[in-house]
Ligand binder design. Structure first.
Ligand code: ADP
Ligand code: MG
Length: 457
């Protein structure tokens, strides 16, 4: 027996036996780190990438303390989409097989309301659902959470991305405060700390080591002596690497606009941000870039300051930074969260001094040669829709998810980020499904009201 075996835990023997029969012979790293604490009743924040086994970590925790004889809802798991909620519910049912009569109920949008009320009346031990629909049940008083002793926020980063912050807060207000709260997430943006501080009680944080822990940023350096050469180099690199999200740094405001304009002329999905933009233009640009509906953002160091995006595929220095510290800061925006990143830097023969100040071994690279610049650029995977309604019109993220999914709509996992502003909302959907999404909102309305909706471009 090693300390990675499930039997080393204070876990109900039936649960352990069942794990054996499922072929779970040892704990995954996130389970080994979090389960001992979860089983003592502590609040835990668990970070681990997709597929690391987070569901069983919280699933075993909540099953282990369930009072099966009581048909009261004792645990609630909030998930960002219906698809994820279904996956979590089925994993929990698998883990619970050895215990008789455990009822796991899913409550998600895109499914009719009536049957959910019926199921709730029959009683359940565990509810798994999306924040929008659960909030709706609470408002209609068809769901009571007075006996919850475990709350799980699963894929918390994605729920925050989808704008479920307010819905989550409303739900938590209805849950007794002497509960255990478990939060799981693939990434760890600042917002996770903020929500943890508000809804958790002295949480411990565990982070499953990713296989390549050190972020790996591969740096390339290209000698380019004129703006024309730089522009061609930029096009070649973008055409070769086809990044979903690339950030291009220029040293002046004017250059950012010129470079973006030229990229757009050549068919790239690019935008510039710089200090001369109005606040709304800037917000929309950032929304489209973080929604992945624009793949190239051209910025100055100052304009990029507030930009908090974890998954940049590439950073390109159209002009090498004046200062080595700035260079390191720029390229550090790629290769985050265990992913690998690529940084390309253009320098002229008059800038070799700046290269030396980086104090790393540098050999000039050759530009990609086998690339055809006349091929059309691939469309971004996501498209951002702008809806002319927001907080003031009482529109919530759950309404938008509800309006997009269900009959004639698109699956919830094809929806990306949702941002609800005062009078507008933005939602990213997969580009291949954008027509269906538009039609669904136009035909079926949102909360019974018609809102103008269009593609943001
Ligand atoms: P995450 O939520 O972290 O993305 P999941 O909880 O969905 O990951 O788990 C990924 C897969 O690993 C699932 O198919 C699950 O059944 C399996 N799994 C989880 N824990 C173990 C384990 N200890 N041994 C073997 N397989 C496991
Ligand atoms: Mg998961």
């Amino acid at each position: 027996m090693n300390d990675l075996s499930f039997s080393s835990l204070t876990l109900n023997v039936d649960l352990v036996k069942n794990l054996d029969s499922l072929g779970y012979s040892s704990m995954t790293p996130i389970q080994a780190l979090s389960l001992p604490m979860i089983l003592t009743g502590k609040d835990v924040i668990g970070q681990g990438k997709t597929g690391s086994g987070k569901t069983a970590a919280f699933g075993l925790g909540l099953l282990n303390k369930l009072d099966v004889k009581s048909y009261k809802i004792q645990a609630i798991v909030l998930c960002p989409t219906r698809e994820l909620a279904d996956q979590v519910a089925s994993e929990i049912r698998k883990l619970a097989r050895a215990i008789h009569n455990i009822k796991v109920l899913t409550l998600c949008g895109g499914a009719p309301f009536g049957p959910q009320i019926g199921s709730l009346e029959h009683g359940a031990h565990i509810v798994v659902g999306t924040p929008g629909r659960i909030e709706e049940h609470l408002r209609k008083r068809t769901l009571k959470l007075d006996h919850i002793d475990t709350l799980v926020l699963d894929e918390a980063d994605r729920m925050l991305d989808m704008g479920f912050q307010d819905a989550i807060d409303d739900i938590i207000e209805k849950i007794p405060s002497h509960r255990q709260t478990l939060l799981f997430s693939a990434t760890y943006p600042q917002e996770i700390d903020d929500i943890a501080a508000r809804v958790m009680n002295d949480p411990s944080t565990v982070c499953a080591p990713s296989t390549h822990e050190e972020s790996t940023i591969k740096q390339y350096f290209y000698q380019t002596n004129s703006d024309d050469e730089r522009m061609t180099a930029l096009r070649l690199i973008l055409a070769k690497n086809k990044p979903e999200s690339a950030l291009v740094f220029c040293n002046t405001k004017r250059d950012t606009q010129d470079v973006a304009d030229e990229l757009i002329y050549y068919g790239f999905y690019a935008l510039a941000i710089h200090g001369d933009l109005e606040q709304r233009e800037r917000d929309q640009a950032l929304i489209r870039f973080s929604n992945k509906s624009v793949s190239v953002l051209v910025a100055t160091d100052v304009a990029a300051r507030g930009l908090d995006i974890d998954s940049l595929d590439m950073v390109i220095n159209f002009n090498i930074a004046h200062d080595p510290e700035v260079h390191v800061h720029r390229i550090g925006r790629t290769g985050r969260a265990g992913r690998s990143g690529v940084a390309a830097t253009f320098y002229s023969d008059r800038e070799t001094r700046k290269l030396e100040s980086l104090e790393i071994e540098i050999s000039p690279d050759d530009l990609p040669s086998e690339v055809h610049l006349d091929k059309p650029v691939k469309k971004p995977v996501m498209t951002t829709l702008k809806i002319d309604g927001g907080k003031k019109q009482k529109l919530r993220p759950g309404d938008i998810v509800g309006g997009l999914t269900g009959k004639g709509g698109i699956p919830g996992d094809k929806i990306g980020k949702i941002t609800v502003a005062s009078n507008w909302s933005y939602v990213a959907v997969e580009t291949a499904l954008v027509k269906t999404a538009l039609k669904k909102i136009q035909n079926d309305k949102l909360k019974g009201k018609t809102f103008r909706v269009r593609i943001l471009s």
